[in-house]
Design a protein around this ligand. Structure first.
Ligand SMILES: NC(=O)c1ccc[n+]([C@@H]2O[C@H](COP(=O)([O-])OP(=O)(O)OC[C@H]3O[C@@H](n4cnc5c(N)ncnc54)[C@H](OP(=O)(O)O)[C@@H]3O)[C@@H](O)[C@H]2O)c1
Length: 234
C-alpha cells in the first residue's frame, strides 16, 4: 500500500493511452478513481477493463458541466489531467486557426476548467495532488509544431499558477506537478512493430507509476516541479 491508498482521484481524459494505465495503476494502489471522458462507449470499455472505477461522461471544455460534476463529486484528493490531442502543419504558415482552436480547447480549456472546478475540494484535502503530462517539444519549439507547443506551454504556465495557489492556500498539503515526455509507447505499439525501437519514448506504465508515486513525497517539495519521464538510457 502506498500514500495514494484510500485517496479519491479524478482522472480527466481517462480513456486515452495514458489515462487507461493511470486509472489501473491508481486502482491497484488502493485509490478510488473517478474517470472522466466525453465518450460513453470508451468509458464503458474502461470500466470493464478496470473494475471498481466510477466513470462520468462530461465535456471537459464546458465549464458549467465540469463545475456541476465537481459539486456532485465531493471530496477529492487528486486531479490527473491527461486530455490530449495533436495537430501539426507544414511550417509556420501551416499552423491553421482550426488546429489552434482544437488544441486550445483540448489542452488548455479542459485544464483551466478542471483545476478551477476542483480547486475547493483539492484545497480541503489533507494531501492533494494535481498533475499534467507535457511535452519536450515545449523546450525546443519548431515552426511545424508551433500551435501544439504553444498550447502545451500555456498548460504548463497554468499549472504553475495552480502550484502558486497551493503554496499560499494549502502549504504542504497540496502539490501541482508537470511531468514531461517526448512521446508515449504502450504494449500495442510495441506488438504492432516488434522490430522498432522507441528512443526517448516513455512507456505508459512509467506514467502510471509516476502518478501513483505523487502521494509518497512531501507536497512542499513536489509543488511546482517539472519532472522528466523521458527514459535516461535513450
Ligand atoms: N501520446 C503521446 O505521445 C504524448 C506526447 C506528449 C504529451 N502527451 C500528453 O499526455 C497526455 C495523455 O496523452 P494520451 O495520448 O493518452 O491522450 P489522448 O488519447 O490524446 O486524450 C485522452 C482522452 O481525453 C479525452 N477527451 C478529449 N477531449 C475531451 C473533452 N472535451 N471532454 C472530456 N474528455 C475529453 C478523450 O476521451 P473521450 O474519447 O472519452 O472523450 C481522450 O481519449 C495528454 O495531455 C497529451 O497531450 C502525449
Amino acid at each position: 500500500m502506498t500514500g495514494v491508498a484510500g485517496r479519491r482521484v479524478v482522472v480527466a481524459g481517462a480513456t486515452g493511452a495514458a489515462g487507461r494505465v493511470v486509472c489501473a495503476a491508481l486502482t491497484a494502489a488502493g485509490a478510488s478513481v473517478i474517470a472522466l471522458g466525453s465518450d460513453d462507449s470508451r468509458l464503458a470499455a474502461l470500466a470493464a477493463e478496470v473494475p471498481g472505477l466510477t466513470v462520468e461522461t462530461v465535456d471537459l471544455a464546458d465549464f458549467a458541466a465540469v463545475t456541476s460534476l465537481a459539486g456532485r463529486t465531493g471530496e477529492v484528493d487528486g486531479l490527473i489531467h491527461l486530455v490530449g490531442g495533436w495537430r501539426g502543419g507544414k511550417g509556420l504558415t501551416g499552423q491553421s486557426d482550426e488546429d489552434w482552436e482544437f488544441l486550445s480547447r483540448s489542452l488548455i480549456t479542459t485544464l483551466r476548467n478542471t483545476t478551477r472546478a476542483f480547486q475547493p475540494a483539492l484545497l480541503a484535502s489533507p494531501n492533494a495532488r494535481v498533475a499534467i503530462l507535457s511535452a519536450t517539444g515545449v523546450d525546443r519549439p519548431t515552426a511545424g509544431n508551433a500551435n501544439y507547443v504553444t498550447a502545451k506551454a500555456a498548460a504548463e504556465t497554468w499549472l504553475a499558477a495552480v502550484a502558486q495557489s497551493f503554496g499560499t492556500g494549502a502549504p504542504d498539503t497540496a502539490a501541482a506537478v508537470t511531468f514531461v515526455i517526448k512521446a508515449l509507447v504502450d504494449e500495442g505499439m510495441r506488438a504492432a512493430a516488434p522490430e522498432k525501437r522507441f528512443p526517448g519514448y516513455t512507456d505508459v506504465q512509467a506514467v502510471g507509476s509516476a502518478v501513483v508515486g505523487l502521494w509518497d513525497g512531501r507536497a512542499a517539495e513536489l509543488n511546482g516541479t517539472r519532472v522528466s519521464l523521458v527514459p535516461v538510457e535513450d
